[in-house]
Design a protein around this ligand. Structure first.
Ligand code: ME8
Length: 563
């Protein structure tokens, strides 16, 4: 557990901080306007910078980690296909005493441990089809150097200052706790005795930015979903104290450049990744081309437990650095397992690699993207996972493709053109095909990824119904109905093309195979624009297509898992 460390005794500084706070507040609206001007410029350039949290390489990766990265991946792919220059960043948060503890338990050096874990998450993302653009490790020397420069810059500015921290110290955990954090006067992590201790440390003047952050949270849509805002506002209104940002007991960290017995608080180190990976130079006016192009980030996607760090500390640090603020922090919910957050410390994790190996990458991505209403918590069960795969991927999408391809082959030797006979029965169906991309755009803009998938599957459902309504097998019996049959199959192929194009951000295998078998090019935004509109193609010559998704015998599978 990461804790905020506060100094209860800093009084002298307070008057100055309060005054600065008022001054900063007065500037905030003007600043925000400036930022908006900058963001309009960026919008025209069509750039999209999206970040995942950087993951702790302390334990085993689980599907909760994949949840964040796959949702970001879907957004990144979606924006790429819509012509944006996207930067999708991820990485590992490699410092801190927890990492050092895990490494020593394994009998490894910290560096060997983090090297191994960083490689394993890179491998995991490959298996999940996560196509990030940049990977940052907080042990990268460039990152470490910039974190030190950021610290020094804020120190010179007066926003970081030296003080004393007093609190309750747990020696085995090497952690400070405030009185209110203790559980029955004991360490909340390990339950052992704590002792009152004082330590010299540096503080970040977080309290000075309190009013500005309150305004940011209550007057803009910086933090979403809205349900997270109240919690943050209550937290700030209780009194935002200055934050202890150094430790002397942590060796595996970035040292304070001018006072190296102190190491920089892991959250300052970790949050800075979002700008250091763009090449941010704290001591220079002119910034890198990447920084100019991509900052401020469009989206920091984070789990709800770390919203506080991203919606309070991070904007305060950026305000102190006089940098524009990110456009959005989105705090998604948790994947639960048996009612609890899935986490390595609780030992209730599900291994993503096993799921992918057994049921395929599309089933995995589809479950994570569709099952949980984005923003809320959702519970993982294997039964639901298998049901979803069978119902949506096998029975709906897979079946639509299989039926249509086999009818096209049987009736027309896999060559189908727009010729043939239309019917008024087609109108509502074709209208839905034409209209679904814009319905999806609306959901994606509202960050409703599960809703976006629902729209696509509504169209798939309507396509399967169109087969039932038009009864191609009956039309095939009469030679005179052949033109009508041709048009029905053509319309279905149109729908399959659009559906598969719309699924590209979400799935990694099936839609790509379908589009290839339809001899339809995809991958760039120019191609995508044509891919998802009706009547962009006037004929199809289909190649044979193997079964997209095999049906799972759920009962048998559950029995074998139970064994
Ligand atoms: O917090 N359900 O790293 P982390 C959904 N290093 N998402 C989950 C999850 C679950 N059960 N478990 C984990 C850290 N996550 C810091 C971040 S950023 C500057 C520093 C996701 O490895 C969730 O998004 O503990 C969480 O925020 C992220 O994994 C990283 O968790």
């Amino acid at each position: 557990m990461q804790s905020f460390l506060y100094c209860p005794k800093i009084v002298a500084k307070k008057a100055k901080i309060w005054y600065n706070g008022i001054k900063a507040l007065q500037c905030s609206i003007a600043k925000r306007c400036l930022m908006d001007k900058k963001s309009t410029k960026k919008k025209n350039e069509k750039t999209y910078y999206i970040t995942t949290p950087i993951y702790y390489p302390s334990g085993q990766w689980h599907i909760g980690h994949c949840y964040t990265s796959i949702n970001c991946d879907a957004l990144a792919r979606y924006y790429k296909l819509h012509g944006y220059e996207v930067l999708y960043s991820t990485g590992t948060d490699e410092h801190g005493q927890k990492i050092a503890k895990v490494a020593s338990e394994k009998g490894k050096t910290c560096q060997a441990h983090v090297d191994e874990r960083a490689q394993s998450i890179v491998d995991l993302w490959k298996q999940c089809g996560v196509e990030y653009d940049r990977f940052i490790r907080t042990t990268d020397p460039n990152h470490e150097k910039r974190v030190q420069q950021i610290f020094e810059k804020l120190y010179k500015k007066g926003d970081i200052y030296k003080g004393k921290y007093s609190g309750q110290y747990c020696t085995p955990c090497e952690s400070f706790w405030t009185d209110s954090q203790l559980v029955e006067q004991k360490c909340p992590d390990c339950g052992r005795e704590v002792a009152p201790t004082e330590e010299e440390c540096y503080y970040f003047a977080l309290g000075k930015y309190s009013d500005n952050i309150l305004k940011l949270l209550t007057e803009t849509d910086f933090l979403e979903p809205k349900s997270r805002v109240n919690e943050m506002v209550t937290f700030i209104r209780e009194g935002l104290q200055d934050l202890a940002v150094t430790r002397t007991s942590v060796e595996w960290g970035v040292s304070v450049p001018f006072d190296p017995k102190h190491s920089i608080y892991v959250w300052i180190d970790a949050l800075s990744n979002y700008i250091t990976l763009l090449g941010y130079e704290p001591n220079q006016k002119k910034q890198s081309a990447d920084f100019e192009k991509f900052w401020p980030a469009n989206m920091h996607m984070v789990g709800k437990e770390i919203v506080r760090f991203h919606a309070i500390i991070w904007p305060a640090l950026l305000m102190a650095l006089e940098l524009p603020l990110p456009k959005k922090v989105y705090g998604h919910g948790w994947l639960l397992m048996g009612g609890d957050k899935m986490s390595k410390s609780k030992g209730n994790i599900v291994d993503p690699l096993q799921l992918i190996e057994k049921y395929g990458i599309d089933a995995f991505r589809y479950y994570l993207l569709s099952e949980v209403q984005f923003g809320s918590d959702g519970t993982y069960t294997t039964e639901l996972y298998l049901q979803r795969t069978n119902t949506d991927l096998v029975n709906s999408y897979g079946n639509l493709v299989r039926r249509t391809f086999s009818m096209a082959e049987q009736y027309f030797g896999s060559v189908v053109s727009h010729s043939g006979e239309a019917d008024s029965l087609d109108d509502a169906f074709l209208e839905l095909v034409a209209h679904t991309p814009s319905l999806l755009d609306r959901e994606m803009t509202a960050l409703n990824l599960s809703g976006a998938l629902k729209r696509i599957f509504e169209l798939i459902g309507a396509s399967n119904k169109y087969i039932d309504d038009t009864k191609p097998w009956a039309l095939a019996k009469e030679e005179t109905s052949k033109p009508r049959l041709m048009r029905v199959i053509f319309n279905l192929l149109e729908s399959i093309r659009v559906v598969s194009g719309l699924l590209l951000p979400f799935l990694s295998v099936g839609p790509q195979k379908v589009l290839q078998a339809m001899d339809t090019k995809f991958g760039t935004s120019a191609l995508h624009a044509k891919l998802i509109v009706l009547n962009a193609k006037s004929d199809y010559k289909l190649s044979p297509l193997e079964m997209l998704y095999p049906r799972i015998d759920i009962e048998k599978e559950l029995k074998s898992i139970a064994k």
